[in-house]
Design a protein around this ligand. Structure first.
Ligand code: IPM
Ligand code: MG
Length: 355
């Protein structure tokens, strides 16, 4: 297969980790007989430095004309003083909305080899945690009207959702649940927010089309408690944009390290953008310390969702598991007594285990 991939290394550790994911992809291509061509795009702080904007129209067009996008991370303290509409994060939001990627999958899985790294008690996570956060990604308060009043004494951000926006993400969640444990939990704040009441009505209607999938409804404050009290309750956790942002960080920590979690941002065709859920960690950029696993696993998700290459995706995931089982640890996931490897060594250890 021919694959055209747009690479967005971004800022901080972004270039370090994307580099390792590319080496892994190249190895898979070599073993399975595929051809990959890459186009690199500037987005985030690097783009601000070069072009004074976080995302150029040209960069967006290059991403849009690729088959899939692999992104590292954007942002850093260097750009903290720039005005809100020019922040590096705007690049990410611009790519998500500009490319129509309304569906964000964030799987949180505990690797048995890493269970010691989870801050939760063994009795809470025994038997494994495997949940999928399905986050609406192009609506809600992130993209609603925002501003200040004339004298600057008030600010506002509007949360707005249409039935259509809720329906399409709900269907994605039910379809995901159908090939998992057949359970969807809608997380909202329907006791307070009108948007949440629309989510509940819409999701319960859509649920009728998926009779073999059980649904429950949970307020977001309760859900944030249940995630640490009994994470095994969850299979697919469906939620709006901002709740999904917050809960996916919480879910990631259950697994021990935010450096392990991959994500896919999708729409109704095969196109997608894939990125680790962690940030740009500028304090360790370029030091060969960062954990590349989340990005490598994001590349696996890319092969699965954008190219339907299930075996190839599994070969990467198996290689990651094998490396972990053999004790390969970057600093963030090393526990007492483990000797930590660097970013590049971690990439190499995974690479040579790909079958
Ligand atoms: C994430 C990040 C982004 C978000 C930021 C960087 C804009 O936190 O992908 O979770 O809030 O969506
Ligand atoms: Mg976040």
């Amino acid at each position: 297969m021919d694959m055209n991939i747009a690479l967005v290394p971004g800022d901080g550790i972004g270039p370090d980790i994307v580099k390792e994911a590319v080496r892994v992809l190249d190895r898979v291509a070599e073993l399975y007989g595929h051809r990959i061509s890459y186009k690199e795009i500037d987005a985030g702080g690097v783009s601000i430095d070069k072009y004074n904007v976080p995302l150029t129209e040209e960069a967006l067009q290059t991403a849009a004309s690729s088959d899939a996008v692999l992104l590292g991370a954007v942002g850093g303290p260097k750009w903290d003083h720039v005005p809100g509409h020019l922040r590096p994060e705007k690049a990410l939001l611009g790519l998500r909305s500009g490319l129509g990627l309304f569906c964000n999958f964030r799987p949180a899985v505990i690797y048995p080899e890493l269970s010691a790294a989870s801050p939760l008690k063994p009795s809470v996570i025994s038997g494994g945690v495997d949940l999928l956060v399905v986050r609406e990604l192009t609506g809600g308060i992130y993209f609603g009207e925002k501003g200040r009043n004339d004298d600057g004494s008030e600010a506002f951000d509007v949360m707005r959702y249409s039935v259509k926006e809720i329906e399409r993400i709900a269907r994605k969640a039910f379809e995901a649940a159908a090939i998992r444990k057949k359970h969807v939990t809608l997380v909202d704040k329907a006791n307070v927010l009108e948007t949440s009441r629309l989510w509940r009505e819409t999701v319960s209607r859509i649920a009728c089309d998926y009779p073999d999938i059980s649904v429950d409804y949970m307020y977001v404050d309760n859900a944030s408690m249940q995630l640490v009290r009994d994470p095994r309750h969850f299979d697919v956790l469906l939620t709006e944009n901002m709740f999904g942002d917050i809960l996916s960080d919480e879910a990631s920590m259950i697994t021990g390290s935010i450096g392990m979690l991959a994500s896919a941002s999708l729409r109704d065709d095969k196109f997608g953008m894939y990125e680790p859920i962690h940030g740009s960690a500028p304090d360790i950029a370029g030091m060969n310390i960062a954990n590349p696993i989340a990005t490598i696993l994001s590349a696996a998700m890319m092969l699965r969702y954008s190219f339907s290459l299930e075996n190839e995706a599994k070969s990467i995931e198996s290689a990651v598991s094998a490396a972990l089982a053999d004790g390969v640890r970057t600093r963030d996931i090393a526990t007492d007594g483990d000797e930590a490897v660097g970013t590049a060594e971690c990439g190499s250890e995974i690479l040579r285990r790909i079958k």
